[in-house]
Design a protein around this ligand. Structure first.
Ligand code: AMP
Length: 558
């Protein structure tokens, strides 16, 4: 059919449309596919109650349909936000597919955020329902009074494990689910409809919501499955240690069923011994997490003399993976590492470091230098580096610039901030990272333009700590910077300038912060200085501070 669209280019132009089917890219089609083609494939979870739980994609789909039907009975409709505060388990997975399957939006809430931040983002999202694990009932009880939009709390457990709770309208998931059968047809939504919501932990200002569409999630999952990305197949047993609340567990909750891989969900236990136990017992072949998880696993292996015979590769990202970790996995345990980079705004995968033939070397030192980079883009991510004026810089491996990205799974706007332009005139999003790109396409993050502190894959806002510290009667000015730490990647160091005639005591200042911050935000040390360096506009010059404290060793390092 030839369509005439007058007005295009101001002249009128003939368009020849393709004649292929409209088959919307919907995430519930992923679980439909897995149930149809790989229905008996295992989905194993370490339950929050304790024991291992075994199910299949066929069963996960059937129960997702029941979730969808039950949510609809509760009056949840297209576009409503339904929050989850939960570990990686089969129930969380069912909830995800069920929520998206009626056209509602799953909103993964990171339980490691400070309670006030959780309140802020849940009110901002106006979540109507909260699915939560037993672990988080006490947390939810504390904040429920400040969550007016939440009509119902569904505790992801059965009646036998349901605690006494003050949560309004609380119900055990299994009891709630019993109120619906699986005779349900997924909502016929458009592929560009919203499917998921995840807030970035804001370093300046409030957290911002990234609103994924069905289409962006499906395309992103297809991209991560590709051979030089995660390379998933029916022979794989996939363990997403990275939580669903960390930007879609790097897509693994979609990618594994799409590829027909078996799925192993680690539940709440993410320490070295527990991760080792589940990796080996369930014969996992592919896993992914932030470096901190792998530091702990490697330490456990050192201590116990364990081995990783089934693991064929491990993806590491979320913060820079030290070459020593890559080398330990590859040389000691014979497990190739895929160093990955990305961000919440990118769904999140932006690049993966696999070895192209042109950079292959027999010399492991040379190979390691490549493997320690953040890799190159898979199909559907485009990037450039620019100077501050937006002028593109050469890909020579030396020139560093602002890293900017575009693609079908990259954010275009933030949720409820639609009037804010976040793309440049070519449609690229500024990642806030500073990087080089070499002639073979390999990118290396050299710095962050933000001053955020990354601890164990989570962000600590320096500004929030500083704002609190200056509230102490002995403190005139405060700065917080990240100091590198062998276990947590970075930990905060608090640097204070005393008020005239006062002597701030470390213990007193830290005690002062304690009631207002999450425990893991607590600075590992405090130093007193006579003054802080400032920029021309009066801002603390963090780069200079970092230089000054480059060789500083935290007392917690041992
Ligand atoms: P988030 O949105 O919380 O996932 O954080 C995204 C940010 O984490 C990126 O903009 C980077 O600053 C950082 N990041 C992620 N992966 C890596 C990596 N492999 N190396 C260095 N930094 C990383």
């Amino acid at each position: 059919m030839v369509l005439r669209q007058p007005g295009e280019n101001g002249r009128g132009r003939d368009l020849m449309r393709g004649l292929m089917q409209e088959w919307p890219l919907l995430i519930h089609k992923v679980i439909d596919y897995a149930a149809a083609e790989h229905g008996g494939r295992a989905v194993l979870s370490r339950s929050v109650e304790g024991p291992m739980h075994r199910t299949t994609y066929r069963e996960v789909r059937a129960r997702s349909l029941r979730v969808a039907k039950r949510l609809q009975l509760d009056g949840i409709a297209v576009g409503d936000r339904v929050a989850t505060l939960a570990w990686n388990t089969w129930r969380h997975l069912e909830a995800w597919y069920g929520i998206a399957g009626i056209g509602a939006v799953y909103h993964t809430v990171n339980p490691r955020l400070f309670a006030d931040q959780i309140v802020y983002i849940m009110n901002h999202a106006r979540d109507r329902v909260l699915f939560l694990d037993l672990t988080f009932v006490p947390l939810a009880e504390k904040i429920a009074g400040r969550l007016p939009s939440v009509e119902r709390y569904i505790v992801l457990t059965d009646a036998a494990h349901m605690p006494d709770t003050s949560l309004p309208n609380a119900v055990a998931y299994e009891e709630w689910l019993a109120g619906a059968d699986e005779d349900f047809t997924w909502a016929a939504v458009e592929e560009t409809n919203a499917a998921g919501l995840c807030y970035t932990s804001g370093t300046t200002g409030e957290p911002k919501g990234v609103l994924y569409s069905h289409r962006s999630n499906v395309l992103h999952a297809m991209m991560t499955v590709m051979p030089d990305a995660f390379g998933l197949s029916t022979r794989d047993v996939v363990l997403p240690v990275v939580p669903l609340f960390h930007a879609n567990s790097w897509s693994l909750a979609f990618a594994a069923p799409m590829a027909g891989s078996a799925l192993v969900m680690p539940g709440p236990k993410l320490d070295g011994a527990s991760v080792y136990d589940i990796l080996t017992t369930e014969r996992v072949t592919f896993t992914a997490a932030v470096p901190t998880i792998w530091f702990a696993l490697l330490q456990h292996l050192e201590k116990t003399g364990g081995a990783l015979p089934d693991l064929t590769r491990v993806a590491i990202g979320g913060s820079a993976c030290p070459p020593a970790v890559i080398e330990a996995f590859e040389r000691k345990y014979d497990v190739p590492v895929l160093h990955a980079w990305g961000m919440t705004e990118m769904s999140p995968v932006g690049s993966i470091c696999s070895v192209k033939p042109e950079v292959w070397s027999e010399d492991y030192g040379k190979l390691l230098a490549v493997k320690a980079t953040q890799g190159y883009t898979p199909f559907s991510v485009e990037w450039k580096i620019t100077d501050d004026a937006g002028v593109a810089l050469p890909h020579d491996g030396k020139t560093f610039g602002r890293l900017k990205v575009r693609g079908p799974a990259v954010a275009r706007r933030y949720y409820q901030r639609e009037d804010e332009e976040i793309l440049d005139e070519e449609g690229y999003f500024d990642t806030g990272d500073v990087a080089t790109i070499d002639g073979d396409g390999y990118m290396r993050i050299t710095d962050r333009s933000k001053d955020v502190i990354k601890s164990g894959g989570e962000w600590i806002s320096s500004i929030e700590l500083e704002n609190l510290a200056v509230g102490h009667p002995d403190v005139a000015e405060a700065a917080v910077i990240g100091i590198s730490h062998p276990k947590w990647d970075e930990r905060p160091l608090l640097i204070v300038v005393p008020k005239p005639g006062r002597v701030p005591e470390k213990d007193a200042v830290l005690d002062f912060l304690r009631p207002n911050i999450a425990r893991w935000w607590m600075p590992d040390d405090m130093v007193v200085v006579a003054d802080l360096p400032h920029t021309a506009t009066g801002k603390i010059l963090k780069t200079e501070l970092r230089d000054r404290f480059r060789d500083y060793r935290l007392p917690t390092e041992a």
